[in-house]
Design a protein around this ligand. Structure first.
Ligand code: HEM
Length: 172
């Protein structure tokens, strides 16, 4: 059975033109003009795909901290919150509810939390004063070491590792 399109009727004419237009769009897709200078680059999202973000997302620099330089990152000023476990410094700012000044684990903010994590205690006695040498953790029992490793796993999966904690005076 032969199919003939009668362009005589307005509906068929409109349909035919629409099909022609659609085919033309597929064969010759519209390409946005290439920016000639840096000023022509899009600076903000207007509509559709905008490939240049307005600002560079914040970057985190891996740094070496000492107990002294880590301490200011306790979140009391509303800023970043860092804590260390076994020499690994985590950025726990996203967990402000836990580590902020009113958080249940606020004691750990800006500090070496290794012993507290190992012994499952957030008592202040778990923290080594910042002007003393780093806690060597030599007295920990096997199950406490396992605890601490468990927390390192938890933190590694949840937060960004942003530095290492070293003895005061040995940071480069
Ligand atoms: C009274 C006993 C305790 C209660 C009721 C409690 C409760 C909680 C709750 C509800 C969470 C959140 C879990 C989640 O949303 O994933 C949590 C997380 C946590 N708890 Fe406890 N906790 C207790 C004792 C401790 C102790 C003694 C420590 C000491 C090391 C501790 C350290 C932590 C840490 C480090 C987190 C993870 C926070 C994070 O993901 O950043 N908790 N706890």
């Amino acid at each position: 059975m032969a199919f003939t399109l009668h362009l005589g009727t307005p509906v068929n004419t409109a349909l035919f033109l629409f099909i022609l237009y659609s085919v033309q769009r597929i064969v010759f897709p519209s390409v946005p003009p290439k920016p000639k200078t840096a000023q022509d680059l899009p600076r903000e999202f207007k509509s559709g795909y905008s490939w240049l973000p307005k600002a560079h997302p914040p970057t985190v620099l891996f740094k070496t901290y000492t107990p002294h330089t880590l301490e200011p990152f306790n979140g009391k000023d509303g800023g970043r919150i860092l804590l260390a476990i076994k020499g690994i410094v985590f950025d726990v700012t996203a967990g402000r509810n836990f580590y902020g000044p009113n958080g249940m684990y606020g004691n750990f903010a800006g500090r070496d939390a290794s012993r507290g994590m190992a012994k499952q205690s957030f008592d202040v006695e778990m923290l080594t004063p910042v002007d003393q040498p780093l806690d060597k953790l030599n007295d920990l029992q096997q199950d406490e070491i396992e605890n601490m490793r468990g927390w390192i796993d938890h933190f590694s999966n949840k937060y960004i590792i942003c530095g290492k904690l070293v003895e005061s005076g040995s940071a480069m």
